[in-house]
Design a protein around this ligand. Structure first.
Ligand code: FMN
Length: 407
């Protein structure tokens, strides 16, 4: 590891990180009232103190209509002081701060987002479940401007970077994917048309970011199911973000939450855990009956996106951030040696916020995460925590975790 770049500084646009590690945006469920809380503060400062190069606060909605969870951030003036307190503390620990900005599109419910959920096309989203209203062309410029306004708010809050969520089947991804985009106007049909909304958003984002903020985009390399986007089209999206939009780095992911959710994270969704925390009623009964068919498992392996990500590495010259299944320093070194400038981790840092510092002194450091996805099931109704920190975990959940852990 003598020539390892892991603990050397790396650049993303105007920003220099102290090392090559990034906390991947992972929705924390720690924002009651759609505002930052002490729990969010404590989690991110622990990750920053744990040695990370940059921590990424997850999944902030650019408008109220973009909220998909009750305990999710919504970018607006009122939350700036709370975010500023958080970025000050992150900076004090020597890390940089980023915020993921997005809009959930059809992945919401009127009760949460305050309106009939909107998307690229009208229809019914079985996963929410909800009716969806396709956005009119006249509404799109304002939606794109909301991304730019959110970048300005992020700057005011002291963020060094923003990450635009263009993957996983959220709004920009709903425009990109032929699965959710059935439009017959200039925003649907050909890939060039399906990219038009993304390009509008990115123009606003880059204008607002100016020369002092770093801009990353999280995008799909594949949607992860038949009828979704495949790698050739996604490569075209990446080239457009690099050459036309001038984005500083890409986070390469995949999956579609309303159709192939486990493609994003791999493994199995722990249905017993998911329903355990739901309020009593018909919904948990229904989810327990059909959940495993609606949320099919996808086998986990370490660095599961590497094969696809290498195709992007070959086709692009911009900095790339690898994410997906990193829990060990050995694999992280392999990924960096393959030409990726940064590595991002979500579950490793749910399990152990101090993992990065541990890697400094242990060339074979590993995180003891079994990928039972307890933390994933829990965020639908509660906060993001590892089952290892939960006192008095019910036996039925402990058994499910044991059964699903990847050995
Ligand atoms: C609890 C949890 C919440 C997540 N929420 C988000 C999110 O808000 N936005 C996002 O882009 N990805 C989200 N992800 C996906 C992660 O960012 C990451 O892409 C994925 O978990 C693979 O990385 P890992 O193997 O290091 O966990 C989430 C993952 C987890 C485990």
């Amino acid at each position: 590891m003598d020539n390892s770049i892991l603990f050397t500084p790396g650049k993303i646009g105007p920003l220099t990180l102290r090392n090559r590690t990034i906390r991947a945006a992972a929705y924390e469920g720690m924002c009651p009232g759609n505002a930052p809380s002490e729990q969010l503060f404590n989690y991110h400062t622990a990750v920053a103190a744990g040695g990370i190069g940059m921590t990424n606060i997850a999944y902030a909605a650019v408008t109220q209509s973009g909220l998909s969870f009750e305990r999710q951030l919504w970018m607006r003036k009122e939350i700036i002081p709370g975010l500023r307190k958080l970025t000050d503390a992150i900076h004090k620990e020597g890390a940089a701060a980023s915020i993921q900005l997005g809009h959930c599109g059809n992945m919401s419910h009127k009760r949460i987002c305050g309106c009939t959920p909107v998307g690229a096309s009208s229809g019914f989203n079985l996963y929410s479940p909800t009716l969806v209203r396709g956005l009119n062309p006249s509404e799109l410029p304002a939606m794109a401007r909301a991304y730019g306004e959110a970048v300005n708010l992020a700057r005011e809050a002291g963020m060094d970077a923003v990450e635009i969520h263009a993957g996983h089947g959220y709004l920009i991804s709903q425009f990109l994917s032929p699965y959710t985009n059935h439009r017959s106007d200039e925003y649907g049909g050909s890939l060039a048309n399906r990219m038009r909304f993304m390009k509008m958003c990115m123009a606003e984002v880059m204008k607002a970011a100016g020369s002092d903020m770093a801009v990353t985009v999280k995008m799909n390399m594949r949607d992860g199911f038949k009828g979704g986007m495949e790698i050739d089209e996604c490569l075209e999206v990446a080239r457009t973000l690099q050459d036309e939009c001038g984005v500083h780095a890409l986070v390469l992911s995949g999956g579609f939450v309303s159709r192939a959710p486990m493609y994003v994270m791999r493994g199995t969704m722990p249905i017993r855990t998911l329903t355990h925390y739901m309020p009593w009623g018909y919904l948990p009964i229904g989810v327990r009956m059909v959940g495993k068919y609606m949320i099919p498992s996808v086998p986990f392996k370490e660095a599961y996106f590497l094969e696809d990500a290498l195709k992007f590495r070959k086709a692009l010259h911009m900095p790339l951030i690898y994410v997906g299944g990193l829990i060990a320093r050995d694999k992280i070194e392999e990924v960096l040696n393959d030409g990726f400038q940064f590595v991002a981790m979500a579950r490793a840092l749910v399990n152990d916020p101090g993992f990065v510092n541990r890697m400094k002194t242990d060339a074979h450091a590993r995180v003891d995460c079994g990928h039972s996805n307890y933390c994933v099931a829990r965020i639908y109704t509660r906060d993001m925590v590892c089952h290892k920190t939960v006192e008095g975990l019910p036996a039925c959940l402990a058994n499910e975790i044991k059964r699903l852990e990847y050995k």
